[in-house]
Design a protein around this ligand. Sequence first.
Ligand SMILES: [Zn+2]
Length: 266
Amino acid sequence: MLREIKHSCGHIETYQIANGQFSRMKKFHQARLCKECWKTEAQDKQKFAKADNARSGLPKLTGMPTLIPSAELIRYDFFKFITENVNDLKEKGSEFQMAVDLLRSKQEAAWWHAHKRERFVHLFDVAMDHAAHKMRLKALEPKIQQRLKDLHLVPLSGSIKQIQWGDSIRQHLLLDLIGVELCLEEALHDQEAWAEFMHRLCHDLEPVPKQLEKMSRDLALMDAAGHWIEIRHYSIEEVVRWMHRPESLARMMHMIQGRFFFVLNL
Ligand SMILES: [Zn+2]
C-alpha cells in the first residue's frame, strides 16, 4: 500500500510498501535524505571537491563530461586519505613523494573511476611500485640511451612532416622497448631475492629480453615514416603482434605491462 514517510531533511515522500514491511522501511527512509536533497547534496560535494582540487593545484580532469564531477570527488577523497595518513605512508619508502606526484598527474576521469573500488592504500602501493620502476628507469637511462645510439637507426623516408613525426614516434617506442628489456634483464639478474613462486615465472621470462632486443634491432631498420606513424598508439604488446612475433611473447608483454611494476618490485 502507499504510505508517507518523512525523511531526515523534513521532506515527505510517498512509497509503495508491502504489507508488514512498513516499520522496517520507515526506519530506513527516516534516516536518509529524500532523493532530491540527496542529489543536491551529492552535487554540492562534487562542486566542493572540484574547487578544493583546483585550489591544491591538481590538474584539470579530462574525459567524458558526465564522468568528471564524480571523478573530482573520488580524487578529492583519495588525496584527503593521503593527507590524513601522510606519516604512515611516508614510512613505505623514499619513493613517497614521487608516488604522490604520479597520482597527482592522473588527469583522466575514467582512470579515477576505474580505480574507485580499490582501497586507497592499495592504490597508493601501486603508485609506489610505479615510482620505484621510474627510479629504476632513471638509473638505467644512460644505458638505455647508449643502446638506442648503438642501434644505428636508418634514415626515415617520407615527406618532411612525416619524417619528423615518424622520428619522434620511433624514439619514444624504442626507448620504451629497450627500457622494458633492460629492466627485465636486471630483475631476472637478481632473482635470488625473489620468492619461490616467482621462479616459474622467471623461467618463462628468461628468453624475453633477447626477443625484445631482436625486435628493436629489426625496428631500427624500418625506414618508412608512414609505418611508424601507423603504430604511434601501439603498446609494446601490440607492436609484438604487428611484427608477427611469437604469440607467447605477446602474452608475456600483456602480463608484464599490466603488472610490470608489481612483478619487478617483488
Ligand atoms: Zn529533502
